[in-house]
Ligand binder design. Structure first.
Ligand SMILES: [Fe+2]
Ligand SMILES: [Fe+2]
Length: 180
């Protein structure tokens, strides 16, 4: 009799690590909803909208990992999620918390990539490349936002609102026509 074929493409170590990451991405999503609501209660509506958008993105990140687990024959196990932080002393403190969260997530993504490389799992490596690039962008944009808030100071938050609104409309503007 022939051996049954094990069609699982995911190793137990990666299955564990990616399951833990699903939880972290959902936690990030909740944390950003919480930061967005805090900005909304401070009547800083552009910063609030920015963090609501970030919250949606983090949910999409979680779902990408969910589908990776199911497509590669793993088993989804979402653990208990930590309650998000609700109170911040200032805009700078809220954005600094988001920045340190992104740096922490980057460390975890790198650690998952290390497992994929050790296992010579090219399918996982290719999938994780997207997150590596995404973290570069997320840390960079959050760090810039923190710098802008510092430069504007507590009395200059309306300048920050302008900055965030300009960045948001630039991101959604249609691409320029290619040169003839
Ligand atoms: Fe994320
Ligand atoms: Fe993120």
């Amino acid at each position: 009799m022939s051996q049954p074929i094990n069609a699982a493409l995911i190793s137990p170590a990666l299955d564990d690590a990616i399951n833990a990451q699903v939880g972290r991405e959902f936690e990030a999503s909740l944390q950003y909803v919480s930061i967005a609501a805090w900005f909304e209660s401070e009547s800083l509506t552009e910063l609030a909208a920015f963090f609501y958008r970030q919250a949606d993105e983090e949910r999409l990140h979680a779902m990408k990992f969910v589908h990776y687990i199911t497509e590669t024959g793993g088993r989804l196990r979402i653990g208990a999620l930590a309650a998000p932080r609700a109170d911040f002393a200032s805009a700078e403190e809220a954005v600094t918390a988001a920045l340190s969260w992104e740096i922490d997530v980057t460390r975890h993504i790198n650690a998952i990539m290390d497992i994929a490389l050790q296992e010579r799992d090219h399918i996982a490596g290719q999938f994780l490349q997207w997150f590596v690039a995404e973290q570069r962008e997320e840390v960079s944009s959050m760090s810039t936002l923190r710098d802008v808030i510092r430069r504007a100071g507590p009395q200059g938050l309306l300048l920050v609102e302008d900055y965030v609104a300009r960045r948001a409309s630039a991101a959604t503007a249609p691409a320029p026509e290619p040169a003839a």
